[in-house]
Design a protein around this ligand. Structure first.
Ligand SMILES: Cc1cc2nc3c(=O)[nH]c(=O)nc-3n(C[C@H](O)[C@H](O)[C@H](O)COP(=O)(O)OP(=O)(O)OC[C@H]3O[C@@H](n4cnc5c(N)ncnc54)[C@H](O)[C@@H]3O)c2cc1C
Length: 413
């Protein structure tokens, strides 16, 4: 039998592609190497699935950096409104409790995954698990069969939706890149992104699990000094994590290839500069003139951090602020505004929620997701060289590109 379409990989992108093509009466085969579908999708958002967000398309694309514009047509075809309507039509309501990040109302990724599986079933998509695709066969610029460890399947079109390299237990392994390369495609360097970072400073473990709200993180290297981000930071046994670090790690991993250490400067006082901080301290002391330095610092940062920074600055915690040595006060103010930490490593792809890099976009038509090299080959989702920050960006991209790929070049712009 010759299928109209074989989709390789059952993540958000692959399932959406298979559903879209099957709804257009194509005969579709979906191949997945794991025993079950959508393993990564199930784990998203800590099991709550941050499906998308409410940003307008222009702002959404900007968050992906220079390459973001590649998504224009995919988002035109399937933006966050369309995606939410798609799930609503299948019985899954979504909402944005903070006005920005969108979750299924159930706050359970299974409601998304089960719904996609049921739709695949309803549309008679031939779904086969434990089928790892190992090779593609083509003659000239026409692909004709897909080889798994179990057999060979013929198809008129093939979509590669094999995702990135992060979290191998959810099926990530990089075979999609090998398949694309075998068809002449280029894969840009691959780096783990969205993961915790390890620091040289051991004292961080004394602050583990404490959160700094709205910390501003900046790379203290001359070539990268404009790179900064603001958000919640959490200390760990080994270093730092939290939303701001997850987003920032994509900038760090390529640098760690060139530098053994990447110095960071972190503002832990909600972006205040030294003058503003001094004013703030004066105001606090006016309302409570007799408090110790430790009590004063408690109004700014968690106790564990004030203790560690105080120790580095030679502050005596029980003394009044005015009784500290001038040099100690100056040092502490500097640390609060520009706390230095040194990144020396990370857990690699084992803990990377996203892969930076992928199949180069130049070789893919953004209007169709079709290969520019092989006529009947398409790509969608994270396997392509696009990665966004935390906040529903990567799933929205996977669903949107899956939708466009599943149209098999027939989307009417
Ligand atoms: C823990 C975690 C939480 C996340 N949370 C969020 C979130 O809340 N919001 C958000 O927007 N993004 C989130 N992300 C990122 C998001 O999950 C991914 O970007 C997105 O799922 C990628 O979808 P995909 O379909 O391209 O790939 P995947 O979901 O990775 O699917 C690819 C599939 O292909 C299969 N496969 C691979 N190779 C082969 C082969 N050779 N043959 C057959 N099958 C193969 C894999 O087993 C896998 O099932 C999270 C990621 C992680 C790891």
């Amino acid at each position: 039998m010759v299928y109209d379409l074989i989709v390789i990989g059952s993540g958000a992108a692959g399932m959406m592609a298979a559903i879209t093509a099957a709804r257009r009466n194509h005969q579709v085969l979906l191949l997945e190497k794991l025993p079950t579908l959508g393993a990564k999708l199930k784990a998203t958002g800590g099991g709550r699935c941050n499906l998308t967000n409410t940003l307008p398309n222009d702002q959404f694309m900007e968050c992906f950096g220079r390459q973001g514009r590649f998504m224009t047509e995919a988002l035109r075809a399937c933006d966050h409104h369309t995606l939410r309507d798609f799930f609503r039509s299948l019985g899954v309501e979504s909402h944005a409790p903070d006005g920005y990040r969108v979750f299924p109302v159930s706050h359970n990724s299974l409601s998304i995954l089960n719904t996609l599986e049921m739709e695949l079933q309803r549309l008679h998509v031939d779904v086969r698990c434990l089928e790892r695709v190992e090779m593609l066969h083509a003659t000239e610029d026409q692909l004709h069969s897909v080889i798994t460890q179990r057999g060979s399947y013929k198809a008129t079109n093939v979509i590669v939706a094999t995702g990135g390299l992060g979290y191998p237990q959810f099926g990530a392994e990089g075979q999609g890149y090998v398949l694309a390369q075998s068809m002449g495609h280029t894969v840009t360097p691959l780096y783990p992104a969205m993961m915790p970072l390890h620091t040289k400073e051991q004292w961080v473990k004394q602050c583990r699990a404490d959160t700094i709200a709205k910390a501003t993180v900046r790379i203290a290297l001359p070539k990268a000094k404009t790179i900064r981000a603001t958000g919640d930071l959490i200390f760990t046994n080994m270093g730092i994590r939290g939303p701001v670090i997850l987003d920032f790690s994509r900038e760090i991993t390529p640098l760690l290839e060139h530098y053994a250490e990447v110095p960071l400067h972190i503002n832990v006082v909600q972006g205040m500069n030294e003058t503003q901080l001094t004013e703030q301290i004066k105001r606090t002391l006016k309302t409570n003139p007799y408090q110790s330095t430790q009590a004063l610092l408690r109004t700014l940062i968690p106790d564990s951090l004030s203790y560690e920074l105080g120790r580095i600055a030679s502050i005596e915690p029980q003394r009044h602020w005015s009784k500290q040595a001038g040099s100690a006060r100056a040092k502490l103010l500097g640390l609060l505004v520009n706390m230095p930490l040194t990144v020396i490593g990370h857990d690699g792809f084992a803990k990377a929620m996203i892969t930076r890099g992928g199949i180069t976009l130049k070789e893919v038509n953004p209007r169709t997701m079709q290969s520019r090299l092989v006529h009947n080959l398409y790509f969608c989702g994270e396997v392509l060289d696009l990665d966004g920050p935390c906040g529903g960006y990567n799933l929205q991209w996977s669903f949107a590109s899956g939708f466009l790929a599943g149209m098999l070049g027939e989307y009417d712009m």
